[in-house]
Design a protein around this ligand. Structure first.
Ligand code: SF4
Ligand code: SF4
Length: 406
C-alpha cells in the first residue's frame, strides 16, 4: 500500500514541510560554509541511508535500543491490575504528526552518529483505541525505516485490523490473556472479551500475520490455578512465547492481586517444568529472582529504564519506561519544551541521571543484600520515589518464605 493512498495528508504534509525547511537550511549552510555534505531526508527514503562517512564518535555509553510510545491512556477495558490506570476516559494524546516529527529528527541525528534506530514498542492504554495508529506507524516504518511492535488486549485485533497493521510493518505483538474464560473477563471488567481475544489470537497464529506473537499473562491469586488450563489452550497455537508477570504495586492494583513468596515459587516452578521449544515460557523483566535468576528468563536481571529504554508518554512527556509512575525524578521533559523542541536524543544524551546512577536506589531495604552488585536496588517501576525505598523484591520474598519454612 502506498502511503499516499491512505489519505493521511497531515503527516505527509508535515514531513514535506520539514524536508523543504531542511533543504533551505542546507542551502544556507552551503552558502556560509562553502562545502557540500549529503544529508538524508526522511521525505525521500531512497536518500535515507547512513552516510559513507565514518560514524561520529560519541561519548554517550548508553545505547538507545527501545523507544516506547504510550500512544493513548484510553482503554476499552478496565483491568483490576492496570499499572497505567487507563480507562474509557478520553486522554489528551499527542497528534500522530508530532510523534512522526520526533522520529524524523531522531533518525537524522542517529544516522549522523552511526547509531541504529531503536525498536518502537507501542503501548497504552489500548493502542488500538487510536484510530490513526496504523497510518502513523505506516509512515514510521515505510518512510522512516523504524521496526515496531505492540502490546494489546487483543479485542480489536480483528483479522482486518491485524492485516492492516502487518501492512504498516508491525512485526511483533504481545496479547494479554489473564485467565481462562470468565476469570479473564472479570479481571478485565470486559464480559465476552476472552472469546473475542482468543478468536483473534487464533487468526493471527494460524495465518502467521506477525513475525512474533506472544501472550502475556499477569498472574494473581485468582488465576494462579488456571495456568495448567491456559497452557493446554495456548500450546497448540504455535506462539513465539508465553510471558508471565506477577502483579506489581503500581497503578490501581491492590493487595488482593499480589502473590506471596510461596506463590512466586509455585509460579517459577510452573515455568521451569512447562517451558519447552513448543511453547517457551518466560518471566517478565522485573526484580532480581534470587535462586530462579536465569532459570525462568534467559538473561540476568537488569532494569533497562533510562539505560536502553526511553519512552514518550501520551501527553508528550519524555520518560524512561512507561511502567514507572510519573515523578519529578522520572519525567525528563516534554517534546514540546523549548529546550527539547522534539529532539529526544539530546534528552537521552544529557539527562536520566537517576536511572544511570548505580547507587542512587540504595536504602535500608537493600542493606546487606548478597546480590546488591547484580541488582542495584531492583526495578525502577516498583521504587517508591517519595519514601526513597524499594516496594517489591521477589528475591527477598523467596528468601523470607524459605527461612520461615525451616
Ligand atoms: S522499570 Fe520495570 S518494567 Fe521498566 S525496564 Fe525496569 S524492570 Fe522492566
Ligand atoms: S534487596 Fe535490593 S538489591 Fe537485593 S535483590 Fe532486593 S531490590 Fe535487589
Amino acid at each position: 500500500m502506498d502511503f499516499r493512498e491512505t489519505g493521511y495528508g497531515l503527516i505527509r504534509a508535515y514531513i514535506e514541510k520539514r524536508a523543504t525547511k531542511d533543504a533551505s537550511n542546507r542551502a544556507a549552510h552551503h552558502r556560509t560554509a562553502h562545502h557540500r555534505t549529503a544529508r538524508p531526508s526522511a521525505a525521500h527514503p531512497s536518500e535515507a541511508r547512513p552516510s559513507a562517512a565514518p560514524p561520529n564518535p560519541h561519548p554517550n555509553p548508553y545505547p538507545l535500543r527501545t523507544l516506547f510510545w504510550e500512544c493513548t491512556l484510553q482503554c476499552n477495558q478496565y483491568c483490576r491490575h492496570c499499572g497505567s490506570n487507563a480507562s474509557s476516559a478520553t486522554s489528551k494524546d499527542i497528534p500522530g504528526a508530532d510523534f512522526i516529527a520526533v522520529l524524523d529528527l531522531l533518525k537524522r541525528r542517529l544516522e549522523a552518529r552511526g547509531w541504529p534506530l531503536p525498536f518502537l514498542a507501542i503501548t497504552g492504554g489500548e493502542p488500538l483505541v487510536r484510530k490513526d495508529l496504523s497510518e502513523v506507524m505506516h509512515v514510521a516504518f515505510r518512510e522512516l525505516g523504524y521496526t515496531w511492535g505492540m502490546t494489546s488486549n487483543g479485542v480489536a485485533l480483528s483479522p482486518g485490523t491485524a492485516a492492516r497493521l502487518a501492512q504498516a510493518g508491525m512485526s511483533t505483538v504481545s496479547v494479554s490473556l489473564d485467565g481462562y474464560g470468565a476469570t479473564h473477563d472479570t479481571q478485565r471488567n470486559a464480559p465476552g472479551s476472552y472469546e473475542t481475544t482468543m478468536a483473534n489470537l487464533i487468526n493471527m497464529t494460524k495465518n502467521r500475520v506477525f513475525k512474533r506473537i506472544q501472550v502475556t499473562t499477569v498472574v494473581n491469586p485468582h488465576n494462579m490455578d488456571e495456568l495448567e488450563t491456559l497452557h493446554a489452550v495456548l500450546l497448540p497455537l504455535g506462539l513465539t512465547s508465553w510471558r508471565l508477570a506477577s502483579t506489581d504495586p503500581i497503578g490501581r492494583a491492590d493487595e488482593s492481586l499480589m502473590l506471596t513468596g510461596a506463590q512466586h515459587r509455585e509460579l517459577f516452578e510452573f515455568i521451569v517444568s512447562h517451558s519447552d521449544e513448543r511453547l517457551p515460557i518466560i518471566y517478565a523483566c522485573p526484580s532480581h529472582l534470587g535462586e530462579y535468576e536465569q532459570r525462568v528468563r534467559d538473561h540476568p536481571f537488569h532494569c533497562s529504564a533510562g539505560q536502553e529504554t526511553m519512552s514518550i508518554l501520551h501527553n508528550g512527556d519524555v520518560a524512561a519506561c512507561p511502567n514507572i509512575p510519573a515523578h519529578d525524578d522520572t519525567i525528563q521533559g516534554n517534546i514540546y519544551d523549548q529546550d527539547i523542541n522534539l529532539d529526544i536524543l539530546e534528552v537521552w544524551d544529557t539527562r536520566y541521571h537517576f536511572h544511570r546512577n548505580r547507587d542512587i536506589m540504595f536504602s535500608e531495604f537493600c542493606d546487606a543484600c548478597d546480590v546488591w552488585d547484580a541488582c542495584r536496588g531492583g526495578s525502577r517501576h516498583s521504587f517508591d520515589f517519595e519514601a526513597r525505598t524499594q516496594r517489591k523484591c521477589i528475591k527477598k520474598m523467596l528468601d523470607f518464605e524459605r527461612e520461615r519454612g525451616r
